[in-house]
Design a protein around this ligand. Structure first.
Ligand code: DGL
Length: 262
């Protein structure tokens, strides 16, 4: 590869930025294009086929327009169903993120909590992961779109309401000693989740494993220099001043509008 690699990171919202951070810290020299599909957000409530078709259209267009070398589907809800289709249609590596059931089960003595979107907790893929890797430890699942919204709001400057968070997590709170953050939005509110569940609960996410995978596929070491960072959303990003401030801290210019071709 003669140029610095162009990496595309994709999510329905700002959640994929938690994965971007893990990759970027290892490989700052690469060029990153981040896209969030806020026009179709939340993915956790989309129909199966609608989601597959939409992600395929978006990614195919982006890959050809931005000369992409590697795609990261930084969304558990999408990855648990779209990866086979994308890999069949693209001739570049596609890395996905799925709930970290295996490492969590290795750590658990009591039970694992899987916190994800309503769609991810019902996916066959997720149930297969539990069957194959939970080592007979009980896995208690909690699907919540409100948690995803809370992460979106936090990145736009709103303080997380801990009382509300406590209510959302209540069904699993006192029964687990390890929790899987099975949605890329949740590392954004990790400190608040930790506060509510208590320090005795270990929180596990897939971000670092994804970053290692990207590094292995590109066969690269960290190098001097910082590549180009661009961020797009599918809905016109008006009134996103607070978000743009948070994005500036991650090295991005203000959000641009991505036009999905008909
Ligand atoms: N960040 C996404 C995930 O990892 C989903 C958020 C949504 O429901 O749109 O599953």
């Amino acid at each position: 590869m003669s140029h610095q690699a162009n990496v595309l990171i994709f999510d329905s919202g700002v959640g994929g930025l938690s994965v971007y951070k893990e990759i970027e810290v290892r490989l700052p020299q690469l060029n990153y294009t981040y896209i969030f599909d806020n026009e179709a957000y939340p993915y956790g409530e989309l129909e199966h086929d609608t989601l597959i078709q939409r992600v395929e259209r978006l990614i195919t267009q982006l890959v050809s327009e931005h000369n992409i070398d590697l795609v990261v589907i930084a969304c558990n809800t999408a990855s648990t169903i779209v990866l086979p289709t994308l890999r069949a249609h693209l001739n570049i590596p596609v890395v996905g993120v799925v709930p970290a059931i295996k490492p969590a089960s290795n750590l658990a003595n009591k039970a694992v909590g899987l916190i994800a979107t309503p769609a991810t907790v019902t996916r066959e893929y997720t149930h297969d992961l539990v069957r194959d890797f939970s080592q007979s430890k009980p896995v208690k699942m909690l699907g919540s779109t409100r948690l995803v919204d809370m992460a979106e709001e936090k990145l736009r400057g709103k303080v997380v309401d801990l009382k509300e968070l406590e209510q959302v997590l209540e069904p699993i709170a006192h029964h687990i000693d390890v929790a899987v953050l099975g949605c890329t939005h949740f590392p954004i509110i990790k400190s608040e989740i930790q506060q509510v569940l208590g320090e005795h609960v270990v929180l596990v996410d897939s971000g670092e494993a994804i970053a290692r995978r990207v590094q292995t596929l590109l066969e690269l070491e960290s190098a001097q220099g910082v590549g180009v960072r661009e961020i797009y959303s599918t809905a016109p990003p008006w009134e996103e001043r607070a978000l743009n401030c948070a994005l500036a801290e991650l090295g991005f210019n203000p959000v641009l509008h991505f036009h999905l071709a008909i």
